[in-house]
Design a protein around this ligand. Sequence first.
Ligand SMILES: NC(=O)c1ccc[n+]([C@@H]2O[C@H](COP(=O)([O-])OP(=O)(O)OC[C@H]3O[C@@H](n4cnc5c(N)ncnc54)[C@H](O)[C@@H]3O)[C@@H](O)[C@H]2O)c1
Length: 276
Amino acid sequence: MTLSIPADNHPGRVQGDLMQVEHPDLRGKVAVITGAGRGMGLRFSAALARRGVHVVGADIDGALMDEAARSVELEHDGIDGVGDVVGTTVDVRDRDAQQAVAELAVERFGQVDLWINNAGIFPESPATDIPVSQIQATLSINVEGVLYGAQAAASVMRPGGSIVNMASVAAVRVRRGRAAYCSSKAAVSHLTECLAVEYGDLGIRVNAIAPGFVDTEMTRWVQDDPEALAKALDAIPLHRLGSPEEIVGPMLFLLSDSARYVTGHILAVDGGSRHV
Ligand SMILES: NC(=O)c1ccc[n+]([C@@H]2O[C@H](COP(=O)([O-])OP(=O)(O)OC[C@H]3O[C@@H](n4cnc5c(N)ncnc54)[C@H](O)[C@@H]3O)[C@@H](O)[C@H]2O)c1
């Protein structure tokens, strides 16, 4: 079974089957994906499994993660050569727990080749009133979580490994009420460059994707508010939100050998919104 982009509520959406893009070099590899219980992390799991990659999906919500792993299995029922998806629980703030995920992947599949630091939160508060708990949680999940994931990945990866972090257009375009998030994603972008320089010594590439507005639970607030949605669409040159499937292709590119000379790159996948 392949996925088609839904044609529903996004004017101008391009029709096509993005799941057809193949990367045969990925087959047989092993990936770890954090925050894989839903949203983009879930779609990355499905896309990689579809291409014969074994996946360890790790999420703070264990029940959600188990359901996600089952849904990928069902989606691929009857298709040959699909990779396994194993779900596990992790809080990315916990360095030891991320290390345990890396070791689980090695125990189950013998190696780790690909690692996606995808887990993140998107809290809101006026900058003058950000509660201590909010700034700490945001920096800890969105930034420390990426660092600990990269450290765990590097401890088990061989040369040729590829790490991709999820940054955001919010790293370069300020959004009112999102100071904690914007600054955390700016940190993710710069951390990506720092890690790329040092992990180059290990033969490991480190890149990031910087999505704009993507149609997931994280952006439900804008999709459910017609005024906010109209404002958001106006500030996107392509005048529509992205679908999770539209982040999959760029993700596969960065993970694959097609990008084997690409490291320390922040790939904007945002319908052009970083320019507006
Ligand atoms: N949706 C967008 O428009 C958008 C835009 C730019 C960047 N991003 C980034 O992309 C990534 C994925 O976004 P999404 O829209 O799929 O989000 P989502 O909210 O749908 O999913 C995030 C997942 O991360 C998990 N998670 C949260 N805290 C965690 C923790 N401490 N440890 C482990 N797992 C945890 C959640 O349980 C959830 O399953 C995030 O880093 C987000 O900041 C999203």
